[in-house]
Design a protein around this ligand. Structure first.
Ligand SMILES: Cc1cc2nc3c(=O)[nH]c(=O)nc-3n(C[C@H](O)[C@H](O)[C@H](O)COP(=O)(O)O)c2cc1C
Length: 180
């Protein structure tokens, strides 16, 4: 049994990646894990200022919602980041969150496995390559954590598209069940 934190970064109503993230969390729970889904909707998360004060204090100088999320990330054993593909990469809000997790750098966070779940309008399997690279770059800074895998569901353009795609929903549930 792992403590799994699924972070959904899309802000849109009817989000495809959030719905699939919820299915993945359900699959993980059914497989016996303790899985929590956290959405960035309604959260206040400022850009990293690059001051590096957190490397001394382990706290960010900005009093916003990033600190609470960083606490949950610190305690999780497995992380799943869910994002829409934006211009071939991760969403800006996901990148902002990754930067704001800087207080965890070198702090002995517990997580060991990091997964990516992403959706896009395009269907080509190569679509998420740069998104994967972006998340891998972050994971590489947190040894011994490893990038553990990706679920990519393409062909999902408008809001609500995933809700009408039984294959994507089934893939997300199976992905959740396969998490460790
Ligand atoms: C700013 C922006 C950039 C996008 N860039 C891409 C892209 O490069 N490739 C692609 O296939 N889809 C792109 N899309 C479409 C989204 O990835 C797609 O609609 C996705 O399913 C949205 O997920 P969400 O509903 O969880 O937000 C883009 C959408 C937006 C708003």
């Amino acid at each position: 049994m792992s403590r799994i934190l699924v972070i959904s970064t899309s802000l849109r109503e009817g989000s495809n990646s959030e719905l699939l993230a919820r299915r993945a969390a359900a699959g993980a729970r059914d497989a016996g894990h303790a899985a929590e889904l956290l959405s960035l909707k309604g959260k206040k998360i400022g850009f990293c200022l690059g001051c590096m004060a957190c490397q001394e204090t382990r706290k960010c100088v900005q009093p916003d919602d990033a600190a609470g999320i960083a606490d949950k990330v610190f305690r999780a054993e497995t992380l799943v980041f869910a994002t829409p593909v934006y211009y071939s990469g991760m969403s800006g809000q996901m990148k902002t969150l990754l930067d704001r997790l800087e207080p965890l750098y070198g702090a002995g966070a517990r997580f060991r496995r990091v997964y990516l779940l992403c959706t896009a309008a395009e269907q080509a399997q190569s679509t998420p390559e740069k998104t994967i690279l972006g998340l891998r770059g972050w994971v590489d800074a947190f040894p011994p954590a490893e990038f553990a895998g990706t679920l990519f569901c393409g062909g999902l353009a408008g809001p609500g598209a995933a809700a009408a795609d039984p294959d994507a929903l089934a893939q997300a549930y199976a992905f959740g069940r396969s998490l460790s």
